[in-house]
Ligand binder design. Structure first.
Ligand SMILES: Nc1nc(=O)c2c([nH]1)NC[C@@H]1CN(c3ccc(C(=O)N[C@@H](CCC(=O)O)C(=O)O)cc3)C=[N+]21
Length: 294
C-alpha cells in the first residue's frame, strides 16, 4: 500500500512555482497576483482562505484578501467582482464558497471574467474543460489528477467510481477521468444520493473517489482488494483538543488502507493539493494576462 502524500506533493509543486516566480522577478516582470473574496465569518472558510493567502506568500505571489460582511447583498458582491474584473493588477481571483443564502451563487460565478476565473467555475471554463479545450481546471479535481500522475497510478481502462455529484468535485471529476489520455481513459460511474445499492457498485471499482462529506462512509467491505482510494471528504469533528476539532475524511482509513493499493490520507491528501493547484492556475492566469495585456 502506498500513501498518496498530498502534503509532500503540494510542497514539490509550490517549489516548482516558486522557481518560476524567482525567474519572473529576475527578469523584472510582474509576479502573479491572486485575490480571494470571502463573504461572512464561517470558520472553515476563513481557515481555507488563510491557507491560500499563506501559500501565495510562500511562492512569492502577491495576494489580496477581500472580506465582506455576512449581510452583503448580491449587488454589492457583483460590484466587487466587477471591480476585480477591471483591476489590471489582479491576474486571478476566487469567490470562496459557500455564499450566504441571500446571494445567488450561479449569478455570482457567471459574473467572474473567465480569464481571471482560477477556480474554473464559470460556465465558459466548465464547458471548455468538458470539450477538452485548454482552460482552468477546478483546483480539487486538478489536484487529484496531479497526484495520480505523479505517483503513476494506472487509470487507463480502469473502472472509476465517483461518490458525489457536486459542481466543484464530483461532476468535473467524472468528466476528467473519462477524457482521453493520462490520467484518464477510465470507465466512469457517477454515484449520488439517489444511487441504489452503492456497495455493489463500489465493490467493482478499481478507483474510488469519494466527495461526500460523511465521516467513515466508505468501509472495507465496500472496497475490493488493491483498489485506489481518493478521499475528498473533509468534515470537522468537535473534540477536546486545543483547536476544538479535528478533520475526518469519508473513508474508514484504518481498515480500508489494509486493502488499498494507493490511498490518500485526511488531512494531508487532497486538501493541500487543492491549494497548490490554485497557485498553478494563478501562474497560468498571469502568463495569459501578460500575453493579452502586458
Ligand atoms: N471558491 C472556492 N474554491 C475552493 O477551492 C474551495 C471553496 N471555494 N470552498 C471550500 C472548498 C474546500 N477547500 C479546501 C482547501 C484546502 C483544504 C486543506 O488544506 N485541507 C487540509 C487541512 C485543513 C484543516 O485543518 O482544516 C488537509 O486536508 O490536510 C481543504 C479544503 C477549497 N474549497
Amino acid at each position: 500500500m502506498t500513501i498518496l502524500d498530498g502534503r509532500k506533493t503540494s510542497k514539490d509543486i509550490k517549489d516548482e512555482i516558486k522557481a518560476e516566480v524567482d525567474k519572473m522577478k529576475a527578469n523584472g516582470e510582474k509576479v502573479p497576483h491572486l485575490a480571494a473574496v470571502i463573504v461572512g465569518n464561517d470558520g472553515a472558510s476563513l481557515t481555507y482562505v488563510g491557507s491560500k493567502v499563506r501559500a501565495c506568500e510562500r511562492v512569492g505571489f502577491q495576494s489580496t484578501m477581500v472580506r465582506l460582511s455576512s449581510t452583503t447583498s448580491e449587488i454589492e458582491l457583483l460590484d466587487k467582482i466587477e471591480e476585480l474584473n477591471n483591476n489590471n493588477d489582479i491576474d486571478g481571483f476566487i469567490i470562496q464558497l459557500p455564499l450566504p443564502r441571500q446571494i445567488n451563487t450561479q449569478k455570482v460565478l457567471m459574473a467572474v471574467d473567465p480569464n481571471k476565473d482560477v477556480d474554473g467555475f464559470h460556465p465558459t471554463n466548465f464547458g471548455k474543460m468538458a470539450l477538452d479545450m485548454s482552460t482552468f481546471i477546478p483546483a480539487t479535481p486538478f489536484g487529484i489528477l496531479e497526484l495520480l500522475e505523479r505517483y503513476n497510478v494506472e487509470t487507463d481502462g480502469k473502472h472509476t467510481v465517483i461518490i458525489g455529484r457536486s459542481h466543484i468535485v464530483g461532476r468535473p471529476m467524472s468528466i476528467l477521468m473519462g477524457r482521453k489520455g493520462f490520467p484518464g481513459n477510465s470507465t466512469v460511474t457517477l454515484t449520488h444520493s439517489h444511487t441504489k445499492n452503492i456497495t455493489q457498485i463500489t465493490s467493482q471499482a478499481d478507483i474510488i473517489i469519494s466527495a461526500l462529506g460523511i465521516p467513515n462512509f466508505l468501509k472495507a467491505e465496500m472496497v475490493k482488494d488493491d483498489a485506489v482510494i481518493i478521499d475528498v471528504g473533509i468534515t470537522r469533528v468537535p473534540d477536546d483538543s486545543e483547536k476544538g476539532y479535528h478533520i475526518t475524511g469519508d473513508v474508514d482509513f484504518e481498515n480500508v488502507s489494509k486493502k488499498a493499493s494507493f490511498i490518500t490520507p485526511v488531512p494531508g491528501g487532497v486538501g493541500p493539493m487543492t491549494i497548490a493547484m490554485l497557485l498553478k492556475n494563478t501562474l497560468l492566469a498571469r502568463e495569459q494576462h501578460r500575453k493579452l495585456r502586458g
